[in-house]
Write a protein of this length. Structure first.
Length: 345
């Protein structure tokens, strides 16, 4: 079964083909970072218009790379939410139209489900059940993943997400967009131990996070210092160390509470090198295993949507899904509201 995946939730247009027998056949991605960098952040209207320009050429390119035609596709999967409503509408409308024209099933996929399942595209891959730490620009959550469609929220941020805190802190340090990547790069020039920042909610007794106070602590520190390039680097390192320690300790607590021995990291912040190194050391020391997506699948991409769609089609009964005759998008969508399909698939 070959599934075409379409991702247009924010500022990347991602297209992919996934075959349940042969794996990922091809994927293409266009990032809008250069366009949005002129404005210091994502401009929703510009994002939507760019998706319209890019989506059909990228579908054609993905099919050509895989040496497939539209008639070879057995199912469609598109990001239904959460995300920017206008951007979501582009992918959903194209996915539904292709489904109707080709008379094949179409599935609206939860963007975060795509991220949660993305490490299964790698080798070695985790098996169910596992704990997932989802860290991105808009979300920081710990999830218990028992199977496709079976997710339990263990903890989440009460204010800023980790990725959001990275971007806001980068702005305080005068770095460009996207700020998170720039801050991480700068941190490698920092001198360890010069600054010590708080670890919010590290000992809260639950699995929730808070990063807003950490950002405020950086602001206070910046206002007290003569800001040189080295000082920026030292602050960036102190900030990154604080976030990494909090994420790691909460993830370890989640493994302890669930009794699971597998941890999955998903989302854009999962590409952070220091987080990967520290998490791997700490999790391994506890006798558990941590899994990461390939770096190209940490940020938004079509491969994770195609894969999630294929898993859902396979976990349910393929014949139960019909070609689309309508579509909706969900700018806000609780992952736990997803209907389960199979706890063992």
């Amino acid at each position: 079964m070959i599934v075409l995946g379409i991702e247009t939730s924010c500022d990347e247009t991602g297209i992919a083909l996934y075959d349940t027998q042969h794996g990922l056949l091809s994927h293409t991605l266009h990032s809008q970072i250069k366009m949005h960098s002129e404005y210091g952040g994502v401009v929703p209207e510009l994002a939507s218009r760019d998706h319209i320009r890019r989506i059909l050429p990228l579908i054609k390119q993905t099919l050509a790379t895989a040496e497939c035609t539209l008639q070879d596709i057995d199912g469609l999967a598109y990001t239904q939410g959460p995300g920017l409503a206008g951007a979501l509408l582009v992918g959903a409308s194209v996915g539904a139209a292709l489904s109707f024209a080709l008379k094949i099933p179409a599935l609206g996929i939860h963007h975060l489900e795509g991220h949660l399942l993305s490490p299964l595209l790698s080798t070695p891959a985790p098996c169910f059940p596992f704990v997932a730490l989802l860290v991105s620009g808009g979300h920081t959550q710990l999830m218990q993943v028992n199977g496709v469609g079976h997710y339990k929220l263990l903890g989440e941020t009460v204010d800023d997400a980790a990725g959001e805190a990275f971007d806001k802190t980068a702005k305080l340090l005068g770095l460009g967009y996207p700020g998170g990547a720039a801050l991480s790069k700068l941190a490698y020039q920092g001198q360890p131990g010069r600054f010590k920042l708080p670890r919010p909610m590290l000992n809260s007794g639950d699995l929730n996070f808070s990063f807003s106070g950490l950002k405020t602590a950086v602001l206070t520190l910046v206002n007290k210092q003569e800001i040189t390039q080295q000082t920026r680097a030292d602050i960036a390192l102190a900030f990154q160390e604080a976030v990494v320690e909090v994420l790691t300790e909460k993830a370890l607590s989640a493994l302890s509470q669930t009794g699971f021995t597998q941890l999955v990291i998903a989302g854009g912040v999962g590409a952070n090198k220091q987080l990967r190194e520290y998490l791997t050391d700490m999790v391994t020391a506890k006798g558990s295993t941590v899994f990461y997506p390939e770096l190209e699948f940490c940020t938004d991409n079509g491969a994770m949507i195609a894969f999630a769609g294929a898993m859902r089609l396979r976990a349910s009964k393929y014949k139960d899904h019909q070609p689309a005759n309508s579509f909706t998008v969900k700018a806000r969508w609780d992952l736990e509201m997803l209907t389960g399909t199979s706890s063992s698939e």
